[in-house]
Design a protein around this ligand. Structure first.
Ligand code: CTP
Length: 411
């Protein structure tokens, strides 16, 4: 069997956070534990594309080490005893995740795993792909040694995403989403046997056992990727969304997503747009704001025709003012002219128009408080939007005219 450990890797020693990593190694050592950088950050460092994440695994309880680190940096440590994981939040709000090295076993396919402490080599066995089953030792004296029992570095060099064993997708079907995400992000191939296993899992129906929450979590991660469009195309090609959420998008879904991504929409808008394609999305676990925005986009058919015919700014304003900002952001990219022009006109010029008359003036004109107020203020706003009044005194004159004869208080 090849030696899974190897001498320090030059590129890894160039990690931007090397000082911090060495310090973690020292603190863990003082607490009698070996410590490792694990998973994605090791993969990325070996690829020369290190990101901000720091995932640490320690061979003892993370509790004391986490608290010591937090003290050292004036940060905060939150420990989840049940999961043997914790997070140190530093003063600049960056995070260090610390987990006990562990085994995970799946009592049944697609269930959440049960967790037991174990050495790092066993911790790596439970992971999704060989390129993520890597650890870098931080312990003083062994700093920089790569632990690679599953030939992750060879697969990084060959540019393939490969599972560690044939039950991997059955244990955790979200790995099908992850395989696609990593392969497209990194420009890798999904290795042939892994692809066969992934397709077998999809065909077997096991993805339907995933909770909507777990699938949506994967979709959130995908929404934040620069190559989200290619990832969604791959999800559709592999029928992953159909298998997990019974989702078959309408024909115009992909071209719209393409426009949204090309417009530089942020991940939150992309995620909301993805949700609009989901059957029953109004029942899935997302925030109320996300649900409202998705509903507004989905229900836009009713507004679209009226907006197309609208020529007056006040009509455009009335049609669009009920829509959440996120929905308008999505629609301004996914709709076509003249609807887009009108949404942009609303966002750029109309949405912020305010009138100076308010309820107090109407009261001083003798109008009884009630629903009439809203109606009159709306009419003044409409006149302002359409350029029929342009000054405060014209607004007041219009207020007087509209108030005259309508429900004045009897004196
Ligand atoms: N992991 C896994 N199976 C999963 C989720 C995670 O084996 N379903 C393991 C992988 O080793 C992964 C690590 O846990 O590298 C951390 O998970 P996550 O943060 O999701 O992955 P990263 O590889 O860090 O991904 P990213 O680069 O997108 O942050």
């Amino acid at each position: 069997m090849p030696d899974s450990r190897s001498s320090p890797d030059r590129r890894i020693l160039d990690l931007p956070d090397e000082q911090l990593l060495r310090l973690i190694g020292r603190i863990a050592r003082k607490n009698g534990s070996r410590s490792f950088l694990v998973g994605g950050p090791v993969r990325d460092a070996l690829l020369g594309r290190s990101g901000p994440d720091i995932d640490i695994a320690v061979e003892s309880s993370p509790d004391r080490i986490g608290r010591a680190l937090a003290r050292r940096f004036n940060g905060r440590f939150v420990y989840h005893r049940r999961f043997l994981t914790g997070t140190v939040t530093l003063a600049d709000r960056s995070h260090i995740d610390i987990a006990r090295t562990r085994t995970e076993t799946y009592r049944r396919p697609a269930a959440l795993p049960s967790v037991k402490p174990a050495p790092v080599e066993e911790d790596l066995v439970r992971r999704d792909f060989t390129i993520n089953a890597l650890a870098l030792e931080l312990t003083h004296g062994s700093y920089g040694v790569v632990v690679d029992p599953h030939s992750g570095r060879r697969d990084l060099a060959d540019r393939v995403v490969r599972v560690l064993h044939s039950r991997s997708f059955a244990d955790d079907p979200t790995r099908a989403f992850r395989a696609i995400r990593f392969a497209i992000r990194l420009g890798f191939e999904i290795e042939a046997e892994t692809l066969r296993l992934m397709r077998q899992a999809i065909r077997s129906g096991i993805l339907s056992r995933l909770s909507a929450e777990r699938v949506l979590y994967e979709l959130r991660l995908i929404s934040a990727e620069p190559l989200v469009l290619r990832m969604v195309e791959a999800l559709l090609r592999e029928k992953l969304l159909h298998a997990s959420l019974d989702w078959q998008p309408r024909p115009r879904f992909l071209p719209r997503l393409q426009r949204l991504v090309a417009a530089g929409a942020d991940p939150e808008l992309v995620f909301i747009f993805l949700m609009t394609g989901l059957p029953g999305f109004d029942r899935v676990p997302v925030t109320a704001a996300e649900r409202d925005a998705a509903l507004a986009v989905r229900g836009f058919g009713d507004v679209r025709e009226r907006l197309r015919r609208a020529s007056r700014p006040s009509t455009i304003h009335r049609l669009l003012r009920q829509l959440p900002t996120e929905a308008l952001g999505i629609l301004s990219a996914t709709e076509s002219d003249p609807v887009v022009d009108r949404i942009r006109l609303y966002l750029d010029r109309l949405a912020d128009v305010r009138i100076s008359v308010d309820g107090r003036q109407l009261r001083s004109l003798g109008l009884k408080p009630g629903p009439k107020y809203r109606e009159i203020l709306d009419r003044i706003l409409a006149a302002r939007l359409d350029g029929k009044v342009t000054t405060r005194s014209q607004e007041l004159a219009l207020a007087r005219e509209l108030t005259a004869g309508t429900g004045r208080k009897s004196r």
